[in-house]
Design a protein around this ligand. Sequence first.
Ligand SMILES: Nc1ncnc2c1ncn2[C@@H]1O[C@H](COP(=O)(O)OP(=O)(O)OP(=O)(O)O)[C@@H](O)[C@H]1O
Ligand SMILES: [Mg+2]
Length: 282
Amino acid sequence: MFNFFKTPEAPVAPGRVIALMNQKGGVGKTTMAFNLAHAFHHQGKKVLCIDMDPQANFSSLFDLPVDPDRKNVHHLLINTIKELRPLHTPVFLNDVRVTSAEGIDLLPSGQELSGFELTVAGISMPRQLILKKFIDKLELRSQYDIIIIDGPPTLGLLVVNILCATDGVLFPFVPDRFSEQGLRNILEAVKDIGEMEISAVPKNLGYIPNLFDTRRKQASEDLEQIRLNLGGGTIHEPFTNKVQFGKSLAQRKSVFHFKSGEFRDLQRQFVAMTETVHKELQ
Ligand SMILES: Nc1ncnc2c1ncn2[C@@H]1O[C@H](COP(=O)(O)OP(=O)(O)OP(=O)(O)O)[C@@H](O)[C@H]1O
Ligand SMILES: [Mg+2]
């Protein structure tokens, strides 16, 4: 642990909700969400992570004790819907919320979340606003400085719920043609939120180039071209292919857990990202 660690105190201002999103899989959404959560935590912020991906990769990084009966965010969301509540066992926030050894809170995901769209198909309240209502009703913004949501590599109702609930979105991507299409699709979904006029459009907090190939001469030009193609926006400092991610995630640790110099650059990059998020959302 580093000596810049501070004990989180109760938030003084309403917390912000951000999400890591891209329709494309394997671009680093979970890796970025996990390390960013720790970067905020090391600055003394009270952090809540919400895993909204049925794959539950984010949750698995928190090294929870095995519990086959563990309830997850799906059960919590369903419990906020009046007409579905009688059909399900009551579940409370503290039945689901877990705290990591470092002191970061998490609402884990589970396989049930893949049935979310079907479960809520017939309800009368707006299905896009279930997550937003849940965050509001449980006053999570007054309990946390920052709420970080890890999104699934899809474009369905879960994604729309995330976009309606967040103040801002970070978009990790691998700078290639396929990822650009995934980005376009998710940006289109963000635009749709505006057209539906059911909630505020989340702010674009920037694109995070990941697995960036610095050996390619054209790499920087390609990045700028992608940025222009997407209509502008912030491009965060690219992440190259880093064995340190593999090493740390294999131990279910963030890059902030390690003292050796080889992690310093990644730590700096995530701290810089927290500063951008803070500036954009203040
Ligand atoms: N810059 C990097 N250097 C090395 N490995 C990386 C890097 N970024 C991500 N990875 C690795 O790539 C894999 C995929 O990353 P990750 O799970 O974060 O992607 P994802 O976008 O969340 O995927 P999914 O859409 O399936 O949820 C992980 O094993 C992760 O450790
Ligand atoms: Mg993921």
